[in-house]
Design a protein around this ligand. Structure first.
Ligand code: GDP
Ligand code: MN
Length: 349
């Protein structure tokens, strides 16, 4: 065929995205980001993508939290990019410091040992405060009491496809409480005794363990041991009332007392995941296949050529982590007897 005779490609309409916003059907929801002032030029990349792919049509609020006051540049630049109302809050000292029952000398020795073993963030004090804060306190900040739903966004993430509907509304309509896009095995060295604390919680609070939960996703021997599977918490859409419930708070309190945020390096991802898998019905946890996402070093790129074309995706399907050996998402599909999308086997390696 000679050049120039091919029919021009007709531009595709953007799926289901309405150019105008109505407050009708808008959920009581917010984005939430924990960040330092120095994270500004990385968080703006995330914001730009969240706005382009979704929020420009919805104008949801965005809450920023920091252990120090946000500076005026941070506020100016982020609020100019966000189509909803922005909030900037400083975290109280007691949510970002050692509880009095923590032996700080013991914690210091652990950091030295972990530094020698080259465990990622093993020597960091601030990373531990961050993980404890995300585990136990972000959802209890007064500003968060205004909201029922949250969507966590971190610096330097990517959203690869248009989001053609409101995920908050989807969660509410389908009785979901927690969600994920990527799952994987945790580094054992950072959570050596997390499951021991979990067992203490299970013994003390059998009333919080829900029938039909996702325990089988966490444990291959009925709760005797932990298989280290967790949902990656740098992306989360969830229900704040669940985090504020006695079931979740009792879990956090047990873990906090046992000291592993400082004597080990427990991450908020396994903490949220274990809580979700024990205190929610498995149907209340949702895998957002259609939210295409990257946080270094993993990608969730939805399997299925037509889906990616329809949603203007810009991820390489070869990078999709879902079906790789180190992902726990195959286990999630098997547990829930979900059919894997066509073509998944080609993305296994
Ligand atoms: P990683 O994803 O586990 O490598 O950890 P990040 O460095 O991305 O930190 C997780 C989240 O906490 C990000 O939203 C960071 O911006 C935020 N964060 C990490 N450390 C601090 C800190 O010391 N202060 C504040 N305010 N935010 C932090
Ligand atoms: Mn991160």
């Amino acid at each position: 065929q000679p050049l120039g005779t091919a029919a021009p490609m007709t531009p595709k309409p953007t799926l289901g995205l309405s150019p105008t916003v109505s407050t009708e059907g808008k959920m009581n929801a917010t984005f939430v980001t924990l960040a330092r002032n120095s994270d500004l030029w990385e968080i703006v990349k995330s914001i730009r993508q969240v706005e382009d792919r979704f929020n420009r049509n919805y104008h949801y609020d965005w809450v920023f939290l920091n252990d120090k006051p946000f500076d005026s540049t941070f506020k100016k630049v982020t609020s100019a990019l966000i189509s909803g109302t922005t909030h900037y809050e400083e975290i109280p000292e007691e949510h970002w410091s050692y509880p009095d029952f923590i032996d700080q000398e013991r914690a210091r020795k652990v950091r030295e040992e972990m530094a020698e073993k080259k465990i990622i963030y093993g020597d960091s004090v601030s990373y531990r405060h961050m993980c404890r804060f995300e585990s136990g306190f972000f959802f209890r900040q007064p500003i968060m009491n205004k909201f029922e739903w949250y969507w966590r966004v971190e610096p330097s993430i990517e959203l690869y496809c248009d989001i053609a509907y409101d995920p908050f509304k989807f969660m509410a309509d389908n009785k979901k409480k927690y969600s994920f896009v990527l799952s994987l095995y945790e580094y054992v060295e950072t959570i050596e005794t997390l499951w021991d604390s979990t067992k203490t919680y299970m013994q003390k609070h059998p009333e919080h363990l829900v029938k039909g939960n996702a325990m089988k996703w966490l444990s291959d021997d009925d709760g005797e041991s932990y298989n280290h599977c967790h949902f990656w918490s740098n992306f989360e859409i969830g229900n704040l009332n669940w985090l504020r419930s006695p079931a979740y708070i009792d879990f956090f309190e047990q873990l906090d007392k046992d000291g592993g945020f400082f004597y080990e390096r427990w991450g908020d991802a396994p903490v949220h995941s274990i809580a979700a898998a024990l205190t929610l019905k498995k149907e209340e946890i949702h895998f957002f296949n259609d939210i295409a996402y990257y946080h270094v070093p993993f990608t969730h790129c939805p399997t299925g050529d037509q889906f990616r074309l329809d949603h203007k995706c810009h991820c390489n399907p070869k990078d999709n982590f879902d079906w790789k050996g180190y992902s726990c998402t195959t286990r999630w599909f098997d547990l829930n007897k979900m059919a894997k999308p066509e073509g998944w086997e080609d993305e296994k390696n």
